[in-house]
Ligand binder design. Structure first.
Ligand code: 6PG
Length: 506
């Protein structure tokens, strides 16, 4: 139906999977929404597929029509591929007659520095706003986790929509509320969204979410691999174990879907499990890499996040690995475990997974703590963990514990220092060390488990061998060092004896 007058509360551009589902979610909550897609046929098909929704869908064939259909100040959500397409759409909107007070929300996985740049670049033409959206297709349809960042005044216009469509958690337990259906959204509960901060803060927090998502997935992959190769378990048994784990501390969306995945038969070869027919070469779109690169830029140890990205890179070297598997030696495959040994090892892997997960989140929150200094944001970590309790890919019972930790202590320096997490690490570290040792002894790659343990041990070590490293730097490059018996910031240099080379004047 063509728009005749400005009747829609909100507009959405980009009717690919995420855009379609978000538009339907918005309409389910009673908001009239104008929709536009570059290829008009996609919009027409979408309109034909959804003839009646609680809020009206207003299909628009041109951007002029789209703009005319939305009430002022216009709230326009763009869901197109992150990168130059965002700028192209914004320029087209401006050309089509957008107003200075209109708010354009980039709801894709954009790089936060692009969002900062865009807010400034378009400031005299529109109000550019960024929001992280997590939860994939189903999240977008029935309740995503939303991480909005930008001008606080713009947030006030978006807030009623974002709070309505976000996932909801129970106010007391923090558990996600389920049961939404087309036309019947969940009402009540605490929405998984709240204002994150100005300019790129929302997209930054979404990026860290994805960095953590990479580790969560890698840790689950390593647990699966260790249970398979160290214990000798088959996919169906593994599915049962993940189902059991999902009833405890590890209760999370990713563990839940892993249990489902492991019991899935191959539709082409039904006697096989599908997981065994899937090629072991992981893809990635870049958000994990951005997180790791940002950690390097800021000098924050986010070992596990970086390792999770590198593990995907390693997996992608499939052809090289196949050749190397025949040439590079390693230990023989371990014997299948049974009885108590089997039970103990499964439990040890569970504990290793939980402890490593704590480290991954500690790294993610350290990153956000550093970034807020750099960008003068004031991030509320308890609230961020709260937003992640429902709707997003990393949603987990665990997130309530993080919310609790930051509620106890807003200024918590590192999550591992919170009494609850400290206790968990204390309790789980023996089996965690055992799993890492067994992985090393048996030649099973477990970079996320291992790097998380290295992070834990590095962080709890008061004296690291960096004294020697500083001496080496001073020796070969006169880079100076600080002394343990002098105030920080005072630098020293010594004329090192150079036994095998002529003495230099320094
Ligand atoms: C989410 C996800 C999503 C991400 C995909 C793919 O929160 O809904 O993080 O935003 O794009 O999971 O990411 P990779 O291709 O990098 O694995």
């Amino acid at each position: 139906m063509a728009a005749q007058q400005a009747s829609a509360t909100v507009g959405l551009i980009g009717l690919a999977v995420m855009g379609k589902n978000l538009a339907l979610n918005i309409a389910d909550h009673g908001f009239d929404i104008a929709v536009y897609n570059r290829t008009t046929a996609v919009m027409q098909e979408f309109m034909a597929e959804n003839p009646s929704t609680p809020g009206k869908l207003v299909g628009c064939s041109t951007l002029e029509e789209f703009i005319a259909a939305i009430k002022k100040p216009r709230v326009i959500i763009i869901l197109v591929k992150a990168g130059p397409a965002i700028d192209a759409v914004v320029e087209q909107l401006v050309a089509a007659g957008l107003d200075k007070n209109d708010i354009v929300i980039d709801a894709g996985n954009s790089l936060w520095t692009d969002t900062i740049r865009r807010e400034k670049q378009y400031a005299d033409r529109l109000k550019f706003f960024g929001s992280g959206v997590s939860g994939g297709e189903l999240g977008a349809r029935f309740g995503p986790s939303l991480m909005p960042g930008g001008d606080p005044a713009s947030w006030q216009h978006l807030k009623p929509i974002w709070e309505a469509i976000a996932a909801k958690v129970d106010a007391k337990t923090g558990k996600p509320l389920a049961g939404a259906e087309p036309g019947h959204p969940i009402t009540g509960g605490v929405p998984c969204t709240s204002y994150i901060g100005p300019n790129g803060a929302g997209h930054y927090v979404k990026m860290v979410h994805n960095g953590i998502e990479y580790v969560d997935m890698q840790l689950i992959g390593e647990a699966y691999d260790l249970l398979r190769r160290l214990v000798g378990m088959e996919p169906q048994e593994l599915s049962d174990i993940f189902t059991q784990w999902n009833a405890g501390d590890l209760d999370s969306y990713l563990i839940e879907i892993t249990a489902d995945i492991l019991r899935q038969r191959d539709p082409v070869k039904p006697r096989k499990y599908l997981v065994d027919s899937i090629l072991d070469a992981a893809g990635q779109k870049g958000t994990g890499k951005w997180t790791a690169a940002n950690a390097l830029d800021m000098g924050i140890p986010a070992n596990s996040i970086a390792e999770a990205v590198f593990a995907r890179c390693m997996s992608a070297l499939k052809d090289e690995r196949v050749i190397a598997a025949k040439k590079l030696s390693g230990p023989k495959p371990p014997a299948r475990k049974a009885g108590k040994a089997r039970k103990d090892l499964i439990e040890a892997v569970r504990q290793a997974l939980y402890c490593s997960k704590i480290c991954a989140y500690a790294q993610g929150f350290e990153l956000m703590r550093e970034a807020q200094k750099e960008y003068q944001w004031q991030l509320d970590f308890g609230s961020i963990a709260g937003i992640w309790r429902g709707g997003c890919i990393i949603r987990a019972r665990f997130l309530q514990k993080i919310t609790d930790a930051y509620t106890r202590n807003k200024g918590l320096v590192n999550l591992m220092l919170d009494p609850y997490f400290n206790k968990q690490l204390r309790a789980g570290q023996k089996p965690w060390r055992r799993v890492v040792s067994l992985a090393a002894e048996n030649g099973l790659p477990s970079p996320a488990f291992m790097s998380a343990l290295a992070y834990y041990d590095g962080y709890r070590t008061a004296v690291l061998p960096a004294n020697l490293l500083q001496a080496q730097r001073d020796y070969f490059g006169a880079h100076t060092y600080e002394r343990v018996d002098q105030p920080r910031g005072k630098f020293f240099h010594v004329d090192w004896p150079l036994p095998n080379r002529p003495q230099l004047d320094v």
